[in-house]
Design a binder for this molecule. Structure first.
Ligand code: AMP
Ligand code: MG
Length: 326
């Protein structure tokens, strides 16, 4: 793969124009969303999307999410059952991805679906993501802007650390507010909703709008609920020990809630106030920071996180980050 000169585009009209000029040429530009940074390319351009897979080292069977500017553009791409349309109306723009059969003449490059008949679509809420998609005036394919299997990026430095030389640039919009990926919702043939990945819209919030949804389970590598949802993912170099009461000698500590004297020399707290939303926003940056301090080896002991609100998505990411590696 040819080495690219990776530019940091500023949060300005000029920065957006420069980013768009690369996207129009089939280039790769990372951009902030409210969830994590996405690695964007023209979703109508098979070659551009293929280069996302190369830059990330992403397996060819793992489809990508297509980002559009508004609900009308989203519903024009996929055919959703009633519950899906309701969810779109309630949560778009926002951290919800909806999966449905792709419409004929969608114009989306088939590579975005990685062989599936369904396409995943999202309308992001982030000011810069919106501005970029509008200025580009087309759909952007954008998986998370990290090397495949690594921790997702929640600021532009994270993107630069992993993808410098591999992409054309990153639009720098500071830190992501939600900090966890979108909730992915799919539907069976009867229109029954199933969460394929917990994320930035809580299950409680979804159910308040569309009624009970089936939830996903982190099981094993053989039965991924969404293609690419393999067990080991979001993985720092260090090992993770979950649901820990305290660090043992030599372990780093990732706390949650009031944490008097539970000290390891190397420790961070996801949310001293025990707020799962605050913890979600900090999770990936905290994992990267601890991993850095540990030089990518050793063990991070992680406190128990409640299984409610953003805690469901946090625990999903932690389980995958702790999963056995190849
Ligand atoms: P990321 O690459 O981090 O943005 O994650 C995108 C997630 O969306 C992956 O886990 C994909 O498996 C999932 N996804 C994308 N397209 C589809 C689809 N058509 N059906 C089910 N899951 C999808
Ligand atoms: Mg990802």
């Amino acid at each position: 793969m040819r080495e690219r000169n990776t530019i940091r585009f500023s949060d300005s009209d000029r920065g957006i124009r420069a980013a768009v000029s690369f996207l129009k040429k089939g280039g790769l530009v990372a951009f902030p969303t409210e969830t994590v940074y996405g690695l964007g390319a023209d979703a109508r351009d098979e070659r551009a999307v293929a280069s996302i897979y190369r830059a990330k080292g992403r397996p060819a069977h793992n489809p990508v999410i297509v980002h559009v500017s508004d609900i009308k553009a989203g519903l024009a791409l996929i055919d959703l059952p009633e519950a899906g349309v309701k969810a779109a109306e309630a949560f778009w723009p926002g951290p919800l991805t909806l999966v449905g059969p792709v419409r004929e003449n969608s114009g989306i490059a088939p590579i975005c679906r990685a062989g599936a008949k369904t396409l995943a679509v999202r309308v992001p809420e982030h000011r810069l993501a919106k501005a970029l998609i509008s200025a580009f005036s087309g759909p952007l394919a954008a998986p998370s802007a990290n090397r495949s299997g690594h921790v997702s990026p929640t600021n532009a430095d994270h993107v630069m650390e992993e993808l410098t030389g591999l992409i054309d640039g990153v639009l720098d919009g500071g830190s992501c507010d939600v900090g966890l990926e979108s909730t992915i919702l799919g539907f069976d043939n009867n229109g029954i909703a199933q969460v394929l990945r917990p994320g930035g819209v809580s299950i409680e919030a979804l159910e308040a709008v569309i009624g009970p949804v089936r939830s996903s389970e982190v099981t094993d590598n053989k039965t991924p609920s969404a293609p690419g949802q393999l067990s080991s993912h979001y993985a720092p170099g260090a090992r993770l020990r979950l649901n820990a009461d305290a660090p043992t000698l030599g372990e780093a500590w990732l706390g949650f809630g009031p944490d008097p004297d539970r000290k390891s020399a190397i420790s961070l707290n996801l949310s001293p106030a025990a707020d799962t939303t605050e913890a979600g926003a900090f999770l990936f940056a905290a994992l990267r920071q601890l991993d850095d301090w540990l030089d990518g080896s050793g063990t991070i002991a992680v406190a128990r996180i409640p299984e409610s609100g953003m805690g469901i998505a946090i625990n999903d990411r932690l389980k995958r980050a702790a999963a056995p590696r190849d």
